[in-house]
Design a protein around this ligand. Structure first.
Ligand code: PGA
Length: 238
């Protein structure tokens, strides 16, 4: 099966020329590149193999919403995917499940494929994997209230693993992926749900996650800014 590797650049790089250079260096099949909004257009112009994604969008299509970017605008400039509910947006910006669920509807309506991020904080994981599963299940129920499973890819990103250098254990991430597939797809449709793992994926551990049968790809932050490391991760799939 074909695995997906998402490059989430977050608030990097600083210039358009750097974004173009970076994009060309990681332009591989199976890759989805998610640059900051101002670089989306120039990155798309420079891609031959990878697909384009945005890091967020808004829940209205147009109107008096200063500073926001609509899904239709993203679609129009060639984005195919949008990340929603990243823990940095939930925790730094204060985004709620109710807002994320509205964003998902409008994004899918506009023709974007949603990459929904879910994942538990350390305080929950300390209580065990079962507690983490419950936490994630609640997020999924709320965030996907209005949408169909075929329109979303889920990224399991335990918050404590993001940017910390401490990735989850591949086997436990795979167990969580199976849980997510059952919650989102039900018994009959579980095999159709795609689940990515994110959180300190690097060139050393990438292959360990990607070889797990139930993990359909990776969402990569820090290492997506280091082309050699990122390409190493991508090549470990093929
Ligand atoms: P990281 O970020 O790879 O730097 O841990 C992953 C993410 O936040 O998507």
């Amino acid at each position: 099966m074909h695995k997906i590797v998402v490059a989430n650049w977050k608030l990097h790089p600083e210039t358009k020329s750097e974004a173009i250079r970076l994009a060309r260096a990681i332009d591989k099949k199976g890759v989805i590149i998610c640059p900051p909004f101002p670089f989306l257009d120039s990155v798309r112009e420079n891609l031959l193999h990878a697909l384009l994604g945005a890091q967020d969008t808004f829940w209205e299509e147009k109107g008096p919403y200063t500073g926001e970017v609509s899904p239709a605008m993203l679609k129009d400039i060639g984005a195919r995917y949008v990340i929603l509910g990243h823990s940095e947006r939930r925790n730094v910006i204060g985004e709620t499940d109710a807002q994320i669920s509205k964003k998902a509807v409008v994004a899918i309506w506009a023709g974007l494929k949603v990459i929904l991020c879910v994942g538990e904080p350390l305080s929950v994981r300390k209580r065990g994997l079962a507690a983490a599963k419950n936490f994630v299940q609640k997020q999924l129920k709320e965030d996907l209230k209005w949408v169909k499973r075929k329109d979303v890819i889920i990224a399991y990103e335990p918050i404590w693993a993001i940017g910390s250098g401490k990735a989850d254990k591949p086997e436990e991430a795979a167990e969580m992926a199976r849980h997510i597939k059952r919650v989102v797809g039900g018994k009959a449709g579980a095999h159709k749900v795609k689940v990515l793992y994110g959180g300190s994926v690097n060139k050393k551990n990438g292959a360990l996650f990607l070889k797990q049968k139930d993990i359909d790809g990776a969402l990569v932050g820090g290492a997506s800014l280091r082309p050699r490391d990122f390409v190493h991760i991508v090549q470990s799939v093929t």
